[in-house]
Write a protein that binds this ligand. Sequence first.
Ligand code: OSB
Ligand code: MG
Length: 351
Amino acid sequence: MPLVDPFTTSFGTETEKEAYIFELKKDGISAFSESVTSIGPFYSYEDNTTAFHIIKSYLAELVLDAPQPAEFIARSSKVKGHNMAKAALEMLLWDYHSRKSGKPLHEYIGKSKGYADVGISLGIDRKEATLKKIQAALDRGYKRIKVKISKGKEMDILTPIREVYPDIALSVDANTDYRLRDLEILKKLDRFNLVYIEQPLEHDDILDHARLRKEISTPICLDESITSAERAEQALEVEACEVINIKPGRVGGFTESLKIAELARERKAHVWVGGMLETGIGRSYNVALASLEAVDYPGDTSPNDKYFERDLVRNPFSMENGTIRPNSGTGIGVDIDFEMINKVKIEAGTF
Ligand code: OSB
Ligand code: MG
């Protein structure tokens, strides 16, 4: 599916979404999920091809009897890593079992606020275009603006934004573009009064982030580095971050996401729910999770029309005063647009 707007980060530009969509049919219930992997392994080592290989060869057979998510996690633990592949099926089971219980997912998983606070994630673009997008986002009520930065471009990106908008809640996402040796540049970001800087250093690093945190006043948010609740605990323990971006795909699903949200609450850290340019199917999971009381910062859970002209669902999210209500139907509550799926489908198969 073509993206409404190309999305540029420090690791590249995405112009389209190619997603694996899963449907689990059993006992008259149909559940849906999505793998958050991309075409290439540039956000993490997983991509669509690796995820599909792992699912086809090792994981699909573990969900055919629709076990509880915890049982699936136990069964799949022999596969090392490949969290996004695992999450696609683990979340499918959360949808399945919440549908079976007759509850919407956001109520099934814990204490829901009934809405999610929403921020926007803007890719790297020309200065004029970025300022225009920020104004449009503020007009639509977004509660936080996040801009992507890359090494060497950070000042040119942030200076004009802060000139025009000295007080807005602003954050940056470096997607691993810096190293500790770039400390002098990172220190300069302190003057912009950012809510946080997301993932400045390597994708699998904790220790250097802890070192960096002592040198800068901008709070650090970890995204790529947090691949499990255990990792989150270690990061908080050594004070590598005070904010965590929870992406259920990156941590292997909802079970681990819920643990991280609870952990952050105990440790007085902050959490929010990130995004991976998901279709309406993956998005509905993110919005359900972001509605939890334990999630205290606005997430990257924009309404569907930021990404696609026509999505895979007939009930896209709409935003009011910077908040989105999770779907009220059972499970993820999506009304699948099968006509659209057929239109954009590359191939389909059955396990
Ligand atoms: O780092 O949060 C990220 C998109 C693709 C890969 C990584 C990231 C992102 C985003 C977009 O920031 C969030 C969204 O609007 O879905
Ligand atoms: Mg990020």
